[in-house]
Design a protein around this ligand. Structure first.
Ligand code: EPU
Length: 302
C-alpha cells in the first residue's frame, strides 16, 4: 500500500514521522520473506496516538513491525503499511537494580548492557534475536528464563482508547510464549528488575547458553526461530525429527537439518512455500502423535 501521494503524508511528516516508500519486508524480516509496502518510522513515541489517529481517519490499514524475527509475511504488494520504532543504542538506562529499556532496543544488546552493570537473570535470552518489544509481547524465553519474570512496568500504546498507558507488571499475564497484551497494543518501554550478579558470572552463564544454542540451532540460516510452540509436555522439534523430516523442502522453504522446529529459507522461499511446508508438517505430526501444533510464528496475510 502506498501513502506517499496522499495528503496524510505531509501531516505525518509534520509529526516527525519518516515515510519510507516501497520497502521490501523480505529485507526487514529474519526469514527474508515478504512483499512490499510503505513504512513509517516513528522516533518520538509520544506522537504514536496521533499518528494512528491520522491513519484511522484516512482508513489506512497498518501493522506494527518490531525486529521482524517471529513473523511470516505474505508476498506481493501488501494491503497495509507498517509502523516501526527505529532501533536505538543502547536504549537502556540503569537505576540501581532497575533497567528502563526502550521497546526498540535489541534484546541481546540489553542483556549485555545490563551484565556490564552487574545485573543478571536474563542470560538465557542472549541468543534470542529481536527487540525488547517483541520479546515482551510474546514473553520470549530460553534455557529456563523468560523475560516476563523481570517485568515491573510496561508503557504501551493501547489501541482500545487510543493512548499511551503504563501497566504494572502484576497486571500483565506472562505465559509460555503468550501474554495478556491485546493484539494491537504496541510496546514502548519497559522497567525490568534484575538480580545483582557480578559481570564475570553473567558472562559465564551467557557462554553456556551460547554453546548450547550453537550446538542445536541453525543460527547462520534465515529462520524465525522455532516455527511451532511446544505442546504441553512434548517437543515439536523432537517429534518432527523422529518422523525423519529434517531436510524436507517445499521450494526453498526447508525443515532445518540441525533443529527440526526451525524452518529455514535456503534461497528465495516464498510465503506460500513456507506455509505449505508448515501445513504439511503440522498434518504429519497430528497423524503420528495426535498433537495439533500451534504456530509460534505470526502470519501476516495480504
Ligand atoms: N530435539 C531433537 N531433534 C531436533 C530438535 C530437538 O531430537 O531436531 C530434542 C532435543 O535433543 C531435546 C528436545 O528435543 O532433547 C528439546 O530440544 P531443545 O532443547 O532444542 O528445545 P526445544 O523444545 O526444541 C525450546 C524453545 C527454543 C529455545 C530452546 C532452549 C520452543 C518452541 N522452543 O526448544 O525457543 O531456544 O527450548 O530453551 O519453545 C523459539 O521459541 O523460537 C526458540 C528457538
Amino acid at each position: 500500500m502506498r501513502i506517499s501521494d496522499k495528503p496524510v503524508a505531509a501531516r505525518l511528516a509534520a509529526l516527525g514521522v519518516e515515510l519510507r516508500p516501497g520497502v521490501s519486508l523480505s529485507e526487514l524480516t529474519s526469514l527474508a520473506i515478504g512483499g512490499t509496502t510503505d513504512q513509517l518510522l516513528i522516533r518520538n513515541y509520544d506522537t504514536l496516538p496521533e499518528v494512528i489517529r491520522e491513519l484511522q481517519n484516512e482508513g489506512i490499514p497498518h501493522k506494527f513491525l518490531g525486529g521482524g524475527t517471529n513473523v511470516l509475511v505474505a508476498d506481493g504488494e501488501l494491503p497495509w503499511i507498517v509502523l516501526h520504532l527505529p532501533s536505538v543504542s543502547p536504549g537502556v538506562r540503569i537505576e540501581g537494580k532497575f533497567a528502563f529499556v526502550d521497546a526498540a532496543a535489541d534484546l541481546g544488546g540489553t542483556v549485555t548492557y545490563c551484565a556490564k552493570r552487574d545485573l543478571g537473570g536474563m542470560e538465557g535470552l542472549i541468543g534470542v534475536p529481536g527487540s525488547i518489544g517483541g520479546a515482551l509481547r510474546m514473553n520470549a524465553g530460553a534455557y529456563g528464563t523468560q523475560i516476563g519474570s523481570y517485568v515491573r512496568e510496561v508503557e504501551l500504546y493501547r489501541a482500545a482508547g487510543g493512548r499511551n498507558i503504563i501497566l504494572r507488571g502484576d497486571d500483565i499475564r506472562f505465559d509460555y510464549r503468550h501474554t495478556s497484551f491485546a493484539p494491537e497494543d504496541i510496546m514502548l518501554r519497559v522497567k525490568l528488575e534484575l538480580p545483582a550478579k557480578p559481570y564475570a558470572d553473567v558472562v559465564a552463564g551467557i557462554r553456556v547458553c551460547n554453546e548450547k544454542r550453537r550446538a542445536s540451532q541453525p543460527l547462520n540460516q534465515k529462520s524465525a526461530g522455532c516455527i511451532f510452540k511446544n505442546p504441553p509436555g512434548a517437543s515439536a522439534g523432537r517429534m518432527i525429527d523422529e518422523l525423519g523430516l529434517k531436510g524436507l523442502r517445499v521450494g526453498d522453504a526447508m525443515v532445518s537439518d540441525r533443529h527440526a522446529n526451525f524452518f529455514v529459507n535456503v534461497g528465495h522461499a516464498t510465503c506460500d512455500e513456507m506455509l505449505r511446508l508448515v501445513d504439511d508438517i503440522r498434518g504429519r505430526v497430528k497423524k503420528a502423535f495426535g498433537f495439533d501444533l500451534e504456530n509460534e510464528v505470526i502470519f501476516w496475510k495480504n
